[in-house]
Design a protein around this ligand. Structure first.
Ligand code: ISL
Length: 569
């Protein structure tokens, strides 16, 4: 009964299970905690819940290292709890996406344990095993099969003494990469996906799915003098075989599936041109991509922790390029943050207490009135901020911890690493959701696995839900607008004033209805250029960040600092 592209009108809410809500006091969020808080999602009005990994896992990368795809880790609950979550979510009209992590498994997965057991194992070829480099002694520095560095510091190869070969891991050494050239691997993955769909889930967010096709011969990556490792990423991102695998997956898993579903391909490094191919409905690959260009803009030559300044025009240029590029064919996800990124308001807005709420609402207004499917990451709808980390003991994330270890071993003092870590450590987004001003923000009755951010007394759900003018209520209104206004979900996009230093403006149009989004990025008031407002005299202010902003634009053509309006005619 739903149109095949039902997700064009949808808003997705991302739950990072260990930090959402803890029901049993062990300090880690769990499924029963989430079930107890589904009312929050319903209140916000979201259509889809993307559930981060809750599978059985040693938790080396917080569940992105899976030891059993068909069981729930006791840390989060049981399979029965998950069934109940699906049923209860459906009662609230919310569909559930599982996180599909199949570029790699845990080294504790039975497939890998078997693969590692001997060179003659039936599953040896399920992973990437290679001998040491010609003439080198295995396990010694430089003997790795190629020069690739992993995403999480160190070599991308781990030496296995017992069988005398290395295995490939693009992420941590406890996340060995699956060999997708092996048809038995692919069939096992598809069977597992069918099992979940049969259980009632509504689709998948596919983790780093554009990395599954490795380059022929696994060649060395580019390496500049002074680099610890060669560049692995350009060689593994978006190789042609990814399209073949996704088309086969579609045929094997989704083609005959009777219910409405959604597939999201998380694809670091994907360009808008490539994304249009992945999401062209005629190609039957994925419904939408989850791309990285706008969140990678602030990374310097030294990698993500090497921060370079980035102004709004650069960010706008990039996101509007995607709008134009996917205007006719293809579909994109829209997001400011997630569990791998710093908090939106700290990164792209202004988290000074005077400006925090206004800028959070302004960011949301832009994102939620663009074309694409918006994602809200837990706590973003409350305007949660980054965390003032100060010592190595504050971090939990394997990426941050490995980086600190590698750099300090190379002689870099921790103080020099701190600015980069504060800016983009993944732990910024992983502190518990602020439910109330109670101890530990009402997240747990025990000791949280990572401390709650210090500003939870000011920023929390209890203080915002149902409170006019709050960040939460603004998000709720934006979700409603997408549901009710086809110009938001299906309209065309025209970027405006692309040379303006502070004003982010664009128009949407659908069957005669026009919307104009105007957003001031910065504390200074912005005089809206008269040519933009020509024809909009007396238009309805469908969604201002404040009544004051609506009046100021209508009467004086001035948008106050960090405010936004959406006009309709
Ligand atoms: O966060 C990153 C480093 O800054 C990215 O490179 C990240 O690893 C990439 O976005 C892929 O992320 C996904 O796969 C990872 C997992 O650690 C992330 O949490 C997940 O979102 C490996 O499974």
């Amino acid at each position: 009964d739903l149109p095949r592209d039902w997700w064009k009108r949808a808003v997705v809410y991302q739950v990072y299970p260990r930090s959402f809500a803890d029901s049993d006091g062990d300090g880690v969020g769990d499924l029963r905690g989430l079930i107890g808080r589904l009312g929050h999602l319903q209140r916000l009005g979201v259509d889809v819940l993307w559930l981060g990994p809750v599978y059985r896992s040693p938790q080396d990368d917080n569940g992105y290292d899976i030891a059993d795809y068909q069981d729930v880790d006791p840390l989060f609950g049981t399979l029965e709890d998950l069934d109940e979550l699906v049923a209860r979510a459906h009662e609230h009209g919310i569909r559930l996406l599982m996180d599909l992590v199949v570029n790699h498994t845990s080294d504790e997965h039975a497939w890998f344990v078997d693969s590692r057991s001997s060179r003659g194992s039936d599953r040896r070829d399920w992973y990437w095993w290679r001998p040491p480099r010609e003439g080198c002694v295995g396990g010694e520095p430089g003997a790795e099969p190629n020069n690739w560095g992993s995403f999480f510091s160190g070599s991308a190869w781990e030496w296995d003494e017992a069988t005398g070969e290395y295995y490939l891991h693009l992420f941590s050494r406890k996340q060995p990469d699956l060999n997708w050239t092996n048809p038995a691997v692919r069939e096992a993955v598809y069977a597992m996906m069918r099992w979940w769909l049969d259980r009632g889930v509504d689709g998948f967010r596919m983790d780093v799915i554009n990395l599954i096709d490795k380059p022929e011969g696994l060649p060395d990556g580019e390496q500049q003098l002074g680099d610890l490792w060669g560049q692995m990423f350009p060689l593994v991102a978006t190789n042609p075989g990814v399209h073949d695998h996704l088309q086969e997956m579609y045929e094997q898993v989704f083609a005959d599936h009777p219910r409405a579903f959604l597939t999201v391909g998380e694809m670091p490094g994907v360009t808008a041109e490539q994304a249009a191919r992945f999401t062209d409905p005629d190609r039957r690959e994925v419904d939408m991509v989850f791309q990285f260009e706008h969140v990678d803009l602030g990374s310097g030559p030294g990698g993500k922790f090497d921060r370079v300044p980035m102004g709004m025009p650069h960010l706008r240029e990039n996101l509007m390029h995607w709008q134009v590029e996917l205007a006719d064919v293809g579909w994109n996800s829209l997001y400011w943050d997630n569990h791998d990124q710093p908090r939106a308001v700290s990164r792209f807005g202004d988290d000074d207490p005077v400006w925090r709420e206004r800028s959070a609402k302004t960011l949301a207004t832009v994102l939620h009135t663009l074309r694409g499917t918006p994602y809200v990451y837990q706590g973003e709808e409350l305007g949660m901020t980054n965390v003032p980390f100060s010592s190595p003991a504050d971090f939990r994330d394997i990426e941050s911890l490995n980086y600190i270890r590698e750099q300090t071993e190379a002689g870099v003092p921790f103080e020099d690493l701190l600015p980069g870590l504060r800016a983009v450590s993944r732990d910024n987004a992983r502190t518990p959701v602020h439910w109330s001003a109670a101890p530990h923000a009402g997240f747990t009755t025990g000791e949280p696995w990572i401390p709650v951010a210090p500003n939870h007394a000011e920023i929390n759900a209890e203080a915002q839900v149902g409170v006019e003018g709050s960040v939460f209520e603004h998000y709720r209104a934006l979700v409603d607008l997408r549901h009710e206004e086809p110009a938001v979900s299906h309209g065309s996009v025209t970027p405006l004033a692309m040379d303006h230093a502070q004003l982010w403006a664009f128009e949407r149009e659908h069957e005669g209805t026009r919307l104009l989004t105007l957003a001031a990025f910065g504390r200074e008031p912005v005089a809206v250029p008269p040519e933009i407002l020509a024809g909009w005299e007396g238009a309805e202010a469908a969604l201002p960040t404040s009544a004051r902003a609506a009046v100021s634009v209508a009467d004086d053509r001035v948008l106050p600092g960090w405010e936004a309006v959406v006009l309709r005619r």
